[in-house]
Design a protein around this ligand. Structure first.
Ligand code: FE
Length: 202
C-alpha cells in the first residue's frame, strides 16, 4: 500500500483500517461484531433517509408543508432519529437554489445524509461556498440560470440544514420509492440539482 510510505497520503480511511487491524490482531475487537455495527449504522444513518423525506415531499404537499415547518419532526414522522440538532429543510424552486455549508467546521445532518464527504469538510469548500457559491456550483458541474437566486445556509452545532431539490421532469409515473432512488446526497447538500424545470421544459 502506497499510503504506508507517505504519511501525507494517509487519509482517514487508511488510518481507520490500520487501527482496526491493530485492534483485531491484539484480540481487542471481533471483526464480525464490527461488521454488524457497520451494517447497523448503515441502516440507521445515510442519504437514503433524506431521500425518502424528499420523495415524500414531492408526492405529498401536506408532508412538504410539515417538512418546511419543522424538518426534525418530519424526519421523526418517517421513523428517523435526528439527535444532533435542529434541522431545517430549505426548498429549491424555479427561482431559488439553496446550498449548505458549515463555514466553521463540518456540521452536517449526518443522520439523514450519512457522514459528510471530505470536500464538505475542506477549507476550500467552507470558505468559498459563502464567497463564491456560483463558482463552487460550477466546479461541481452545476450551471444555474443567471436569474436564479443562490442562498447559502451556514450550519452550526445547533442548526443543520437539508435541501429539498426540485422533482425532475418526466417522473410523473414513478412511485415514492422510485423517486427516492433519484435523490442524491449532493442534491440535498445543494451542490447539484436533479434538473431545472425551466431549462428542460422551455
Ligand atoms: Fe461545523
Amino acid at each position: 500500500m502506497s499510503d504506508e510510505h507517505d504519511p501525507h497520503e494517509k487519509g482517514p480511511a487508511a488510518r481507520v483500517r490500520e487501527l482496526e487491524e491493530k485492534l483485531v490482531r491484539a484480540g481487542l475487537i471481533d471483526p464480525a461484531a464490527l461488521d454488524e455495527l457497520e451494517q447497523k449504522l448503515e441502516r440507521h444513518v445515510g442519504p437514503h433517509h433524506g431521500a425518502r423525506m424528499v420523495a415524500r415531499s414531492w408526492v405529498d404537499p401536506a408532508y412538504r408543508e410539515r417538512l418546511l415547518g419543522d424538518a426534525s419532526a418530519a424526519a421523526i414522522e418517517l421513523g428517523f432519529s435526528v439527535p444532533e440538532a435542529r434541522l431545517t429543510a430549505v426548498e429549491n424552486t424555479s427561482g431559488v437554489h439553496n446550498l449548505i455549508v458549515c463555514t466553521l467546521c463540518s456540521c452536517y445532518p449526518w443522520f439523514l445524509l450519512g457522514p459528510p464527504p471530505a470536500w464538505y469538510k475542506s477549507f476550500a469548500y467552507r470558505s468559498r461556498a459563502v464567497r463564491d457559491p456560483r463558482g463552487v456550483l460550477h466546479d461541481f458541474g452545476t450551471m444555474l440560470p443567471d436569474d436564479i437566486e443562490v442562498r447559502v445556509w451556514d450550519s452550526t452545532a445547533e442548526q443543520r440544514y437539508m435541501v429539498i431539490p426540485e422533482r425532475p421532469l418526466g417522473t410523473e409515473h414513478l412511485n415514492e420509492e422510485e423517486l427516492a432512488a433519484l435523490v442524491t446526497r449532493d442534491s440535498m447538500v445543494g451542490v447539484e440539482t436533479l434538473g431545472y424545470k425551466r431549462e428542460e421544459s422551455k
